[in-house]
Design a protein around this ligand. Structure first.
Ligand code: S3P
Length: 442
């Protein structure tokens, strides 16, 4: 049987009705990955609810099963992990295939560097083009022995038996994956591993380590762990993913008369840049019922239609909205006036080159968009129908589904199978909320 993302999936989307009702999008991808990793290495049984059953987080789950961890899935979104302790992983029989998932590869590189056995990490064609030296280089400074392939891309061969030692490392780019990789390697290192980032990035690793009873020192942009400790099993309730909710936030903002509530969304301040940017553009977004669940802030998010206007996106918000720019570009395309983004060169090394692919696709449906080396300039105006290509990038596929809701004709979106990496059930949920989108599989 072919894996879901080897199928060819095309979306066809066109204007629907105003978005209404209450919507719960699937669980947070970043938190889901980390729950498997830390649960596997903990002592005792970790129960996870709200787990994202998307291909990316399932790639992590399957990788840990392949290293001997018993992981049960008793019901939808429920995962029970029988932790093996810090030294309990076993050599996998073959290379670990992490599919489309950069988070799996970069975070696991840190953990694998501390094992006694050799591991090879591989991925699909998109992941095989993504830069891995950003983690391999500092891991080597810690004493890891790692080979990457041509241009520093996967496969990554990580040799076991390395004696890791803590380092004090300043990450050159704002990346939660690099920070998390080094903290996870630091669990196996002698002494303290200290990471300083140029700007705040998502802090789920730091929070979850503490939830498993592991001490993490956080001081401004620096965080540190000392190796040699243990993780104690816990229970984790994964909130809905704000990155998935973002498609509904933009759709409800731009489709006249919309009024929806997105339930139980993670609103960790290192992830809420999308709300700040939309509000600066004039969006009507209210956080209701704010609470803290398992160490992560959560809220219901009410979004009502509003007239959006273009802005210069403040650069400090870029790392806090890094996955939401494809759909924010759609908001900019229908806003009045000009939106400018700069300082976002990291978008060029995501699942696709999100600056070039979004600019090409926006232009294909009549939007005045211009790619720059580190961002985009977009003049708001009408969107036409036409054909676009997501280049296998889940967030680009979903962004053009949103764009089509205001287009003058249908938009056909090619290469959408990877929507299943982060948002299984997207077409059904978007349709139930009011969008018009159908899916054809070949
Ligand atoms: C993630 C960090 C971000 C983000 C990715 C998930 C994480 O990547 O784009 O979707 O879970 O740590 P970078 O650290 O490369 O910015």
């Amino acid at each position: 049987m072919s894996s879901p993302s080897s199928r060819s999936v095309t979306f066809r989307a066109e204007p629907g009705r105003p978005l209404q009702g209450r919507v719960r999008v699937p669980g947070d991808k970043s938190i889901s990955h980390r729950s498997i990793m830390l649960g596997s290495l903990a002592e005792g049984v970790t129960e996870v609810s709200g787990f994202l059953e998307g291909e990316d987080s399932l790639a992590t789950l399957n990788a840990f099963r392949a290293m001997g961890v018993t992981i049960e899935r008793p019901g939808p979104g429920d995962v029970r992990i029988h932790g093996v302790g810090m030294q309990g992983l076993k050599a996998p029989a073959q290379a670990l295939d992490l599919g489309n998932s950069g988070t799996s590869m970069r975070l696991m590189a840190g953990l694998m560097a501390g094992q006694t056995f050799d591991v090879t990490l591989i991925g699909d064609s998109s992941l095989s083009r993504r830069p891995m030296e950003r983690v391999a280089k500092p891991l080597r400074l810690m004493g890891a022995v790692i080979d990457t392939a041509d241009k520093g891309c996967p496969p990554m061969h990580i040799h076991g038996q390395a004696r890791l030692k803590g380092i004090d490392y300043a990450t050159p780019m704002a990346s939660a994956q690099v920070k998390s990789c080094l903290l996870l390697a630091g669990l196996y290192a002698e002494g303290e591993t200290r990471v300083t980032e140029p700007a705040p990035t998502r802090d789920h690793t730091e929070r979850m380590l503490q939830g498993f009873g592991y001490s993490v020192q956080v001081n401004g942009l620096t965080c540190a762990v000392t190796g040699g400790g243990r993780l104690q099993a816990t229970s984790i309730e994964v909130p809905a993913d704000i990155s998935s909710a973002a498609f509904f936030m933009v759709a409800a903002s731009i489709i006249p008369s919309s009024d929806i509530v997105l339930e139980h969304v993670g609103v960790n301040p290192t992830r809420t840049g999308v709300i700040d940017i939309l509000r600066l553009m004039g969006a009507n977004i209210a956080l209701e019922n704010e609470r803290v669940v398992g160490g992560e802030p959560v809220a219901d998010i009410r979004v009502r239609a509003a007239r959006l206007h273009g802005i210069d996106i403040p650069e400090h918000l870029v790392p806090l909205a890094i996955d939401e720019f494809p759909v924010l570009f759609v908001a900019a395309a229908v806003a009045s006036g000009t939106t400018r983004l700069s300082g976002a060169e990291e978008l060029r090394v995501k699942e696709s080159d999100r600056i070039q692919v979004m600019a090409d696709n926006l232009i294909a449906v009549g939007v005045k968009a211009r790619a720059t080396p580190d961002g985009m300039v977009i003049e708001g105006g009408p969107i036409g129908g036409g054909q676009v290509d997501s280049h296998g990038d889940h967030r680009i596929a979903m962004s053009f589904t949103v764009a089509a809701q205001l287009a003058s004709g249908p938009i056909t979106i090619a290469d959408c199978a990877n929507v299943a990496t982060s948002f299984p059930g997207f077409v059904a949920l978007a349709s139930a909320a009011g969008m018009t989108v159908t899916e054809a599989t070949a």
